[in-house]
Ligand binder design. Sequence first.
Ligand code: TRP
Ligand code: ZN
Length: 869
Amino acid sequence: MADARQQQPPVIRLADYTPPAFLVDHVDLRFELGEDSTLVHSRLTGRANPERVQSEDLVLDGRELTLEELVLDGHPLSKAAYTLGEESLTIPDPGETFTLEITTRIRPQENTALEGLYKSSGNFCTQCEPEGFRRITYFPDRSDVMATYTTTIVADAERYPVLLSNGNRVAGGTLTDGRHWVRWEDPFPKPSYLFALVAGDLACVADSFTTMSGREVALRIYVEHGNADKVDHAMQALKEAMAWDERAYGRECDLDIYQIVAVADFNMGAMENKGLNIFNTSAVLAKTETATDADFQRIEAIIGHEYFHNWSGNRVTLRDWFQLSLKEGFTVFREQHFSGERYSEAVQRIEDVRRLRSAQFPEDDGPTAHPVRPDSYIEISNFYTPTVYEKGAEVIRMMWHLLGPEGFRRGSDLYFERHDGQAVTTEDFVRAMEAATDADLAQFRLWYTQAGTPRLHCSGEWDGEAGSYTLRVRQEVPATPGQPDKAPMHLPFAVGLLDAEGNDLPLQMAGEETEGGGETTRVLEVRDDEQAFTFTGLDAEPVPSLLRGFSAPVRVQFDYTDGDLAFLLAHDSDLFNRWEAGQELAQRALFGCVAAHREGRAMELDAGLEAAFGTLLRAPAEDRALVAEALTLPEEGYLADLAEPPVDPSAIHAARAFTRRRLAEVLAAEFETGYHANLAEGAYRVTAEAIARRRLKNACLAYRVASGDDTSRSMALEQFQAADNMTDQLGGLRPLVAEGHPEAEQALADFYEQWQSDPEVVDKWFAIQATSPEWGSLERVRELMSHPAFNFRNPNKVRALLGAFARGNPARFHDPSGEAYAFFADQVLAMDPINPQMAAAMARAFSRFGRYAEPHYSGMRDQLERIRA
Ligand code: TRP
Ligand code: ZN
């Protein structure tokens, strides 16, 4: 038996980075796809890295491969001439240049991990990021080894009429045995993680785009037969994204053909393989009847994201996986900006901040806190985290605030120009920003290395005699595992001041020689533990509007009165901060109920919140988008993160359910009016205006249904039955199921009957049930797991049922009996041998156990220990 310590996977450290000993200039691949197994022939043209200090052995990565043949410079190698390890193939120094031919046999049919080459609905496809290529053939599977690829695919012509890989199709033909072949050539050197192959029977939708220099790029989206009527939206979004990258970043598409394939079994949203993106069906397929507004927007965002990677990720790639945020943070920022410009910047910002706060802040607060650029990892697949993605995007956004849009653009131009074709680091990005603008980002770099969400404790001081207002900011960066002492961060702190009527005041700062240019928002630069900013020329004490547009990923604390918050909610010119003030008001009211519940007192609806909601519902129609957002009470999970530990999830659930129901009762007339005032006008369209209208209408309907009265239930049922689009159909169904009304049973059955042949809609059917505290009991979830439409091997189904239950149904997941914890841990354990990446993602449902009160604390901890063992 092996020593247990030897089985521990090693820790990989950034500090240990060394350049590769060998480079590969060209890869010639030939796949023979078979029904039992696949043969992969690879011919590598390589050479010693001129930068290497001494001669070394050639070490290639490989996992679960059967090596059939190995030929070096034309001579077959005997077993004695190489060493085969569990995950490596070592060949003694092959010299300055070499040609290595490798034949491996793999079994895509048995690959349930969805990494490397696998089958999805009968088609072959690949996922190579981050380390999937080593499951296809032996290779230096690291992002700083960049090669051009030629890929020949041989497969049965009938089963797999479509054969795709990166680059351009250069040849093809038929064989006499019923097979055919196609050859693809990718002219751009790329790391192995961007390799892709697809073979199957797929429908193709074609279009084209003319770039700014007048080049024609062929666009193709491949989907399963029967889905060709669901790709218009994705195709349109792709063209919009291509035009936007030209406009916003001056980046032109470098390809002759850009292909997207939708596959049903996929661990994430999509993958940016060079010229051949592979997408989860859920991130492509949409038509009015089957996709919600949120789906349409998510599809555009992901299409944009993967397209933008063509420059931020592919043309300029990563030196190593510690730099992951270099491509992901930057690309998420680009995607957010793209979406915000297409719809509403304020709503986009609200949604992005919601996601940051619900997923990243908890991570930064918990046992797995890590910097945007981690300095060690054990398993890189588990590092695709909200910190790397979402906080990484915030770090880029802060540079955009600090340098201004023009400075930032000069910086990004320089970055792309300097590093085109290279594998680089986050440091290279920051250096380009500095070189293009003369900014000093020395202290700013801490955002890449220090984990933890900074807190800004702010206070204001009014000096009536001097007519000045001083804003004091004390910065605190909390300790995180492995980082007990933190230095203060450099961050852009956008602020404004409001007068008593709610108008923005022109900002003039003490010590400034010239009169301020009447600016009403200033980006203050916070750098120290404590700083003071004095505004002058004021007649009366202003109300500060802090961190406008959420200009930095921090928590701000300021002693606003409830009256101040209501005032900001009504008047702030910064829409994000209007929403923020409303959320803060709601939080206070909810925590008041939590306290009452815990102390056994009767909960009461906060009068201030009631008044604020009343005002919102009577607001002018042009504020619709904001009102729709503001009516959404903070999620239970987010409240659990804000609460002082030990957290009692049932008190939080009771408080939120009570507040919702009381608001629904006392404002029933307003919600009723809001519903009717926002009924659709004309045909379904996906515009900012139409989306806001539907969102507000459906929010009003959900509140009406929460009051429990009969008319509201028939309103919901009627909308559900009459809807001509999925947003409204679900808008009717969801509240009936959420509140567990008797109408839900038949409506759910009808919905399934109507949509059973559409897997994406069936996912919604699972999720709507799993997230209902009234309907989605553990028993129900168990039952649904044996429903014929459920499939434990399909990540979308697992997310729709089990993921939705664990994240979206806290009342049931945190059942004091601990039964749901045990059940969920069973599922994680069952998933691990099938799809370890999915299992790891699922296990994160327990990661916040440390904050919870008993019996939750021990309940979750015990299950985590069971999983670890
Ligand atoms: N790079 C992908 C993105 O656009 C992320 C991704 C897709 C991924 N599939 C994956 C990461 C599988 C790890 C494993 O964000
Ligand atoms: Zn990405």
